[in-house]
Design a protein around this ligand. Structure first.
Ligand code: XBP
Ligand code: MG
Length: 264
């Protein structure tokens, strides 16, 4: 099989945005609304099991603020908090908030030069992707990502495979011709559910998660002067992720689907 497209997750993969970006924006929105909710670093790590900001707030209420479940306007309250949180997140990124993860800009540029198609599949809100591309990833020319699947465009968020299916459909590409790059177990499950091979660059919050189903796991994408550490799979003699290694991983996955693949 010939690799034709690489599909990137956003939060945790392109940039380590959760702890110092999303978490901070949530807390600012809570304070502004007069709530005494405070998502500290370990609590936010626990809450990340639920993807999507609105879904995450509802899960928090269900576990820690059960008194609010009786409110008939809880849905509106969460939606309002989420709009404010998005506004704060965008402002934070515009202030030069978060750098790209090591190897991201180099890899994307090399993939473009190699003629591969690029896309994004994320549960985060579209405005968050736009601002990340405009600030953190300003080195990449506009239009770098041919298809961007984000947020509520599909009702079921990761670990459901829907967002990856949506992106593959838009690319008019079978899953066997793509590969996903993810940072979390939820992301691995989503990509594998859509039939895609997936490699993982674990992030601050996802280190140590169970990445069953991934063809390879590295601590980061790496650079020529900053090799990755391989945690799972084969490095094929490489020390940083580039088009050739992604091709090798993709064909390896097509010959020997990783455990956790559909039908396994
Ligand atoms: C990560 C998420 C998102 C963000 C918050 O998405 O689960 O929900 O934490 O963003 P991914 P929103 O790793 O798929 O990029 O508040 O906009 O949902
Ligand atoms: Mg992620």
């Amino acid at each position: 099989m010939t690799l034709q497209a690489v599909i990137f997750d956003v939060d945790g993969t392109l940039a380590d945005t959760e702890r110092d970006g999303h978490r901070v924006a949530f807390n600012t929105a809570f304070r502004e609304a007069g709530l005494d909710w405070e998502w500290n670093v370990p609590l936010y790590g626990e809450l990340l099991a639920v993807t999507g900001g609105k879904e995450r707030m509802r899960a928090y209420v269900e576990k820690y603020r059960r008194d609010l479940l009786a409110r008939s306007d809880l849905g509106d309250m969460i939606a309002g908090l989420h709009r404010a949180k998005t506004k704060h997140y965008v402002a934070l990124m515009e202030q030069g908030g978060i750098p790209p993860r090591p190897g991201v800009v180099r890899l994307v540029q090399e993939l473009r030069a190699a003629g591969l198609r690029l896309a994004i599949a994320t549960t985060t809100t579209p405005e968050n992707v736009e601002v990340l591309l405009r600030t953190t990833l300003a080195a990449l020319p506009p239009g770098t990502f041919e298809v961007i699947g984000a947020g509520d465009i599909v009702p079921a968020k990761k670990p459901a495979p829907d967002i990856y299916r949506w992106v593959l459909e838009r690319l008019r590409l079978p899953a066997s011709k793509g590969i996903a790059i993810e940072d979390s177990r939820n992301g691995v499950r989503a990509a594998r559910g859509a039939g895609l091979p997936v490699v993982v660059t674990h992030s601050t919050y996802t280190e140590g998660e169970d990445f069953t189903g991934a063809t390879a796991v590295v601590n980061e994408l790496g650079e020529p002067d900053r090799p990755f550490t391989l945690l799972q799979g084969a490095a094929h003699g490489r020390q940083w992720v580039g088009p050739e290694l992604l091709r090798a991983w993709a064909s390896e996955a097509s010959v020997r689907p990783a455990a956790g693949a559909p039908g396994h």
